[in-house]
Design a protein around this ligand. Structure first.
Ligand code: ATP
Length: 932
């Protein structure tokens, strides 16, 4: 889609330029040429050379076939009653009653070919778009010039033709096979709308390069061949453009590998204008054929390159600094593109200027134009707002001729900063930079978007070879588009809907509302029939087959004038009530006056019941229309709240949150100002005339109703959605929460057990410590009594001992510390992470293996274990009474090898002997000799 976008290069006659499908196209320009393009609907394609111009698309230079577009300034308006369509609005600024009004001027038509020369060149706008009064730039059948309407449209054919492709609930999928000079590997059959791989190649490529069953036919809505773009537009584009003009969103996009003809199909060139220029002519043609409506047209042009959305109508420097963000809209699945310039257009020339500027900005933004072009998606959007033309001449009173000067450029009036503000839909400020058409005087406004999309070369997302070589350039958007389409196609045949990853790429996110069903979609899959491209072409056909099964259910979006609607409902209620009264009177009439059969009676009762039901319905509708401004076809309830997609990045979520907050703040301010206005109302003096009182009461009632509308809107737009979001979140996290609770309880249980175990250990240790102290005291005493190492005596030299009781004690100590059951047990449980809030006593902290995951906070202090502390010296003067030795301990300790001399205690410390004997008397092994 690269080369022929170069609309600024002069074109060369087709006959002199050979068909050069391969890149770089410029390098092939000297190939031989043959005149005569293969015609539309001829199959198979003859390999005759097609002199397709490599030259640029000249959307705006349609000098040959199209009548040269008239300059906006030069066109006189046919009729001066344009302003008659404007409904009265109180306290509005001036309006000139110029009797020679001009055609509405495209507000931002640049004076020069801006944007193409320098990225710093800001296009000069004749009108600031943000300040444009939509009423001034409306287009209707009178303002459309003959030059804006395609001369190629056969009106008779148009009336006779059944352009109902867009009405199906399926995507319209067509295949366009580009002509080739080489041998074609495909056999297209336009008459049967099918295409199949030539059997010669089907055998050799099956299960190798070509995925899927390539032996079977691929059937589509249309299979097209040849060079002329007119039949292509008529077949795949016109009904969708028509649908967009009638209020349905419509998307037309071209999908296919590089150089297969996507750009040629969408944009075309000077000789063969593509779908976009033809569609734009058709738009103005439609307006000319529809005298009963008036239109406001806004267009935007953007590019998605490397997952960045660039506004092609903004000055390049600004566009680069402020990439377009895709935010969630108010309704479910709606998206808002911001900041994105929308330019109001009132003529074909205006559209052409916009396209030209976009192309210019695109080219100045990159050096490698061709490569970038084949890897980027370009999206041209036309927002169409329309409403019935008013027949009332009162609309002329819309402006006060004295307060605002006429616009110098077009003689019409653009409100100044203090002038009439352009409100958003139904008084609410709608996001977006352009002006909005207002529903008024009972006339509802229809809004639709026509998106024309030239996708990047699909081989970047489908060819494995390419993927490995150029991995970094894989087009995320195209890959995701494939996944999204597959999921949507699967969902169409299932009751259990799988999650559709719209948010995984910018393109799919932007197309979400359309792909979700609320649009009529036409896809043109372009095929390069060369043998070398069989794999890519098959992949394209498989994509086409998948997208065919995606279900659509496009709805018109209509904004109604609530006041008018309410009034209508009120009148109907009054009439119904009258009829009800009559019926009831009839029913209550004396029986003698009424000779009704049982059946008649039943009918009457039913009629009364029906009337009552209808009255109730209408009363309910009044409440609904107070707060709902979007009445969808066959549906009168507000759209359900937007579901938060938790796959969104934190940034996207933040953006959505900001947008919601902003809306909240705006509505809060609105409520405050209305409340203040209500407060400020003067009280009605008792002496005031009745009419004055009535008037004030009516005004008060109106203000109250406005307040109610705002409050209801507040509730519906934010209160209700927020509650739903909360419910969604709670539902989504219910299981996770339960699991978390379960785990927490488990941990708490475990922690309790741990604390108990530790408590036990502590008690054991305290006990042990006591025992140790007692034993130490005893042993010291024992030794001091000379029972272990007896003091040297001249009379009775001590018997040799193996180390004395102290030594034995020390041995025991060292053994017990090495086998410390507490340490080892703690080590066993050390792989558990203990939370800080688990109560731990300081006694245990020093025993934790710090290399294990079990970490104990410093706040508990890391004290040495008592076992590691120095033993206090036992008091030497300990009385023998203190030797309350726990005998069991001594008894169970097999290592307490205390040597007792054969003579027992006798003669060593005679004064201590009786006591020692008393204490140790039961220990038979202490006094073996005595016992014996
Ligand atoms: N149906 C056709 N008849 C004649 N020439 C064609 C046709 N389709 C494509 N061409 C020519 O083939 C060349 C490549 O086409 P085009 O640039 O439209 O491919 P593309 O699919 O948009 O490529 P890319 O993805 O790289 O942008 C152009 O010179 C174009 O004029």
């Amino acid at each position: 889609m690269a080369s022929n976008r170069n609309s600024l290069i002069p074109s060369t006659p087709r006959s002199n330029i050979p068909f050069t499908p391969k890149r770089p196209l410029s390098a092939q320009s000297n190939a031989s040429s043959t005149s005569g393009a293969s015609s539309y609907h001829t199959a198979p394609i003859e390999p005759k050379s097609i002199s397709r111009a490599n030259m640029p698309v000249l959307l705006n230079t349609t000098h040959k076939k199209y009548k040269a577009p008239l300059s906006v300034e030069s066109r006189p308006k046919h009729k001066s009653s344009k302003s008659a369509t404007l409904a009265p609005i109180p306290s509005t600024p001036t309006k000139s009653r110029d009797t020679t009004p001009s055609r509405p001027r495209t507000p931002n038509t640049p004076r020069s070919r801006a944007g193409a020369e320098s990225p710093f060149l800001v296009p000069t706008s004749e009108m600031d778009v943000s300040n444009v009064d939509p009423e001034q730039v409306l287009v209707d059948y009178q303002t459309v010039e003959a030059g804006d309407v395609s001369g190629e449209i056969d009106e008779a054919w148009l009336k006779a033709a059944k352009l109902d492709h867009g009405k199906h609930d399926k995507v319209m999928v067509s295949i366009r096979v580009r002509p080739t000079e080489a041998t074609s590997a495909w056999v297209p059959s336009p008459s049967t709308n099918s295409i199949k791989l030539d059997p010669t190649y089907a055998k050799s490529t099956a299960n190798t390069t070509a995925p899927g069953n390539t032996n079977s036919d691929f059937n589509f809505d249309a299979v097209l061949t040849g060079t002329p773009n007119k039949p292509i537009y008529t077949t795949v584009g016109r009904s969708h453009v028509q649908a967009a003009m009638e209020g349905y969103n419509a998307v037309i996009f071209a999908y296919g590998q590089t150089a297969s003809g996507k750009t040629f199909t969408l944009s075309g060139d000077e000789e063969e204008p593509g779908i976009i220029p033809r569609a734009m002519r058709d738009v103005f043609g439609f307006i000319r054929r529809t005298p009963e409506r008036e239109y406001l047209l806004r267009c935007s042009y953007l590019e998605i390159y490397n997952e960045t959305v660039v506004d092609l109508l903004a000055p390049p420097v600004m566009a680069k600094a402020n990439p377009v963000q895709i935010l969630g809209g108010a309704g479910a699945g709606e998206v808002i593109l911001a900041p994105l310039r929308e330019e109001v257009v009132t003529s074909l020339k205006g559209v052409q200027d916009v396209l030209k500027r976009g192309e210019g900005n695109r080219r100045t933004a990159c050096t490698d134009w061709n490569e970038r072009s084949s890897r980027s998606h370009s999206v041209f959007r036309l927002v169409i707002e329309s409403r019935e033309r008013s027949s009332s001449m009162d609309d002329d009173d819309d402006y006060d001729v004295h307060s605002t000067p006429a616009h110098p450029m077009n003689g019409r009036h653009t409100p100044g900063p203090s002038g009439r503000q352009t409100p958003g839909l139904n008084g609410r400020q709608t996001p977006g930079p352009g002006p909005r058409l207002q529903a008024r005087g009972g006339r509802s406004v229809q809004t639709s978007v026509l998106s024309l999309i030239d996708l990047a070369g699909s081989e970047k997302a489908t060819s494995d070879k390419e993927r490995t070589r150029e991995g970094k350039y894989i087009n995320t958007s195209l890959l995701t588009l494939g996944t999204v389409i597959s999921t949507l196609a699967d969902n169409a045949s299932k009751t259990n809907q799988a999650h559709v990853p719209f948010r995984n790429s910018k393109l799919t996110r932007m197309l979400q509302p359309s792909l979700s069903g609320n649009a009529r979609i036409s896809v043109i899959c372009t095929i390069n029939p060369d043998v070398s491209a069989i794999a890519e072409s098959t992949s394209t056909l498989l994509f086409a087959r998948r997208i065919k099964s995606v279900k659509l259910d496009a709805k018109k979006k209509e904004v109604v004038d609530t006041d008018a609607l309410i009034e209508r409902y009120r009148k109907e209620i009054e009439e119904l009530k009258k009829r009800l009264d009559e019926k009831e009177r009839e029913l209550e009439a004396p029986v003698k006056n009424r000779r009704l059969s049982a059946r008649d009676k039943m009918d009457e009762t039913n009629a009364v019941r029906d009337l009552n039901t209808r009255i109730k319905q209408l009363t309910k509708l009044i409440l609904t229309s107070n707060s709902v401004d979007e009445v969808k076809e066959g549906e009168s309830r507000p759209s359900s709240p937007q579901k938060i997609d938790f796959d969104m990045s934190p940034y996207q979520l933040q953006q959505e949150l900001l947008a919601a907050r902003h809306q909240l703040e705006t509505q809060a301010t609105q409520i405050l100002s209305l409340e203040a206005a209500l407060q400020a109302r003067p009280p009605i003096p008792t002496s005031a005339p009745e009419e004055e009182k009535d008037r004030l009461i009516t005004e008060q009632a109106k203000t109250i109703r406005e307040l109610e509308i705002v409050v209801a809107g507040y509730e519906q737009n934010l209160g209700e959605p927020l509650r739903k979001v909360k419910e969604d979140v709670e539902k989504e996290f219910e299981d996770r929460l339960a699991e978390e609770k379960r785990m927490r309880e488990e941990k708490e249980r475990w922690a309790e057990e741990l604390v108990k175990a530790l408590e036990k250990e502590k008690q054991a240790r305290v006990k042990l410590e006591e025992e140790r102290r007692a034993l130490a005291a005893f042993v010291s005493k024992f030794d001091s009594l000379g029972l272990g190492i007896a003091p040297p005596s001249k009379l009775r030299p001590p018997m040799p001992t193996p180390g004395g009781a102290m030594t034995a004690y020390e041995r025991r100590q060292s053994r017990s510390s090495s086998n410390s059951s507490i340490s080892s047990r703690l080590a066993r449980i050390s792989d558990v992470t203990i939370k800080e809030d688990i109560p731990l006593t300081e006694d245990f902290t020093g025993m934790t293996d710090m290399s294990s995951p079990m970490r104990i906070s410093d706040k508990y202090g890391v004290h040495p274990s008592l076992l590691d502390q120095d033993m206090p010296e036992p008091a030497v003067d300990m009385s023998f009474d203190e030797l309350e030795v726990e005998r069991e301990l001594l008894a169970v300790d097999p290592n307490a090898s205390i040597y007792i001399p054969a003579s027992g205690l006798k003669g060593i410390f005679p004064e201590s002997k009786p006591k020692a004997r008393e204490v140790l008397g039961d220990k038979e092994n202490f006094f073996p000799s005595t016992r014996a």
